[in-house]
Design a protein around this ligand. Sequence first.
Ligand code: AMW
Length: 167
Amino acid sequence: MSPKGNNEVIYPFGHTTIPSSQIVMTSRLSYVAVNIKPVVPYHLLVIPKRQGTSRLYDLTCDETADLFNLAKKAQRLVEQVRGVKSSTIAIQDGEDAGQTVKHVHVHVLPREKDDFAENDDIYSELAKHDQPNAETRRIIGYHRSLEDMEKEAEILRQYMQENEDKF
Ligand code: AMW
C-alpha cells in the first residue's frame, strides 16, 4: 500500500495497482476491489495487500485467514446488493489454472438461477474473460471505464455504511 500524490491510497495487484476509489472494503491484510471486466454483475476480487504473493501457498496463515474472512464478508455484501442467495467463489492459482494476474485473488461471483446455460459454464467464462495481449498486458476486448468501476465501488461502500448491522 502506498499513498499517491493526492493522498489516494493505492494497493498492489500483480503488475498493476488499484486505487482506493475502486476499493470496496479492506481488512488488516487484504482488500476487496471491483473488477475491470466482470463475468457477472458485482464480480469482486479479494486480494492480499502484500506484494509478491503470487500463489496461495505464498500466504502466511494469518494472511490466509484474513483473506477468506474478508471474502465471506464480500460475498454476503454482493448477495444482498444483487438480491441473490448463491455465489461462486474461485481462485485460479497459477498460469495453467487460468491465472493472468500473478497476485493471489479470490473471485466472488454472485449467482442467480439460470444465469448460464450450464451452471459450470461460469468456470470456462472465468478462464477466458481476461486474456491479456502479450505485449501490452491489457485485457483483450471491452473493459469498463474507470467511472463505471468507481460508481460500483461507491454503491457497495454506501450499502455497507447504511447496513452496518448486517456485517
Ligand atoms: W485471474 O484470470 O488472474 O484469476 O483474474 C484476474 C482478474 O483481474 C480478472 O477478473 C480481471 O478482469 C481482473 N483485473 C485485471 N486487471 C484489473 C484492474 N486493473 N482492475 C480491476 N480488475 C482487474
